[in-house]
Design a protein. Structure first.
Ligand code: PLP
Length: 394
């Protein structure tokens, strides 16, 4: 089944991904189409990015309009889209200050710098350690890799940045045991994504928050995958009532244009990064900010978050039924429209490939979890169709 486009790509693209053997051409709603015109029901959304579905007309029109006006000016000047996008992030998060980046990993870099700078300015040089979680994923740049709890991703690139200790997720005692007088921050995903779809327990998240308050540590919540409505809350931490000192966003923030952000709460907003401490050429340019701004408008207009609560509950119910029905499905985990099915004793790669044959796109998380992160506009009928296709793969 060789395909000339695939051969051409493999000739020229550095082989860092074992890609699925399809060439995608266009998208419409929750469907993708390959170059042969075959239709796929998409439950991956470009890895939790395309929340509004493909080819949302209002969204694409806003991008076209902005392209005709202005795409890039650098951060030496102001632009209207940047002001509007930042205002909307602030309003949705009720945090204080926004810094736009080009990706998730860069948002993590910024968050780590905020934590180090806050501590340096207040306590001096010897308080720089960061506690991160086992099985976490925060990105591929060296700083983000330093706090990513996955040996396979880290090992070939060591030494990474120093002063990082790992604790077990959802285990407060483990976190406490890694905190000492040198600690400046704790970083975790509100729902672990890549690591296998593990939501934080309320007890854990509240415990970590209390620990941060007690010791004046910076709590960094990585909402890059679980944020932007995916759990049925605009940001996953809002369900817990646990406000981060720094939140990182990306993926669905721009619904398909490369943009991320780190967002600062009261404690650090005016007590960390100052002029000259951080920068980016592209970050937050008028083009991507026009996208961000329109994304927030459409979330409101289409009541995306309420919709996720409803359809997410339905998906949860259907996945639970599968766990009941099939012995090799061990557990369902997740919240809203970020769900995982843990598979035992069957190669998940085969299930995913069978899915493609059936016209279903799903992805994996870790080595044994099927991950469901569809566009947030999916309907209950789409869920039914997905389940029917998935059962054929089983
Ligand atoms: C995807 C992801 C990142 C990295 O984002 P990139 O845009 O790929 O750099 C960081 N943290 C989490 C939780 C993610 O899911």
């Amino acid at each position: 089944m060789s395909n000339p486009y695939i051969e051409e790509a493999e000739e020229a693209i550095l082989h860092t991904y074992n890609r699925y053997q399809i060439v995608l051409d266009r998208g419409e709603g929750v469907h993708l189409y390959d170059v042969n015109g075959k239709e796929y029901l998409d439950f991956a959304a470009g890895i939790a990015v395309q929340s509004l579905g493909y080819n949302n007309k209002e969204y694409t029109q806003a991008l076209k309009d902005q392209i005709d006006k202005l795409t890039h000016i650098s951060n030496l000047y102001y632009s209207v889209p940047m002001a509007e996008a930042a205002e909307k992030v602030k309003k949705a998060s009720r945090l204080e200050k926004v810094f736009f980046t080009n990706s998730g990993t860069e948002a993590i870099e910024g968050a780590l710098k905020v934590a180090r700078k806050y501590s340096y300015a207040k306590y001096g040089e010897d308080r720089y350690e960061i506690v991160a979680m086992n099985h976490s994923f925060h990105g591929r740049s060296l700083g983000a890799l330093s706090v990513t709890g996955n040996e396979k991703y880290r090992k070939p690139f060591e030494p990474l940045i120093g002063g990082v200790r790992f604790a077990d997720y959802n285990d407060l005692e483990s976190v406490k045991s890694q905190v000492n007088e040198k600690t400046c921050a704790i970083i975790l995903e509100t729902v672990q994504g890549e690591g296998g779809i593990y939501p934080a327990t309320e007890e854990f998240l509240k415990g970590v928050k209390a620990l941060c308050e007690e010791k004046d540590l910076i709590l960094i919540l990585d909402e890059i995958q679980c944020g932007m409505g995916r759990t049925g809350y605009m940001f996953a931490w809002q369900e817990y009532g646990v406000e981060p000192d720094v939140m990182t966003c990306a993926k669905a923030l721009g619904c398909g244009v490369p943009v991320g952000a780190f967002v600062l709460g009261k404690k650090v907003a005016d007590a960390s990064l100052a002029p000259g401490d951080h920068g980016t050429t592209y970050g937050g340019n008028p083009f991507v900010c026009a996208a961000v701004s329109k994304v927030f408008d459409l979330y409101e207009k289409e009541q995306i978050v309420d919709h996720v609560k409803k359809v997410g509950g339905y998906l949860e119910q259907k996945l639970n039924a599968l766990v009941e029905k099939y012995d090799f499905l061990k557990e369902r985990r997740g919240k809203g429209l970020i769900q995982g099915l843990e598979v035992e004793g069957r190669p998940i790669g085969e299930i995913v490939n069978r899915g493609l044959e059936e016209g279903l796109i799903i992805i994996t998380a870790g080595s044994n979890v099927l991950r469901f992160v569809p566009p947030l506009v999916v309907t209950e009928a789409d869920v039914d169709e997905m389940i029917a296709k998935l059962e054929k793969c089983f």
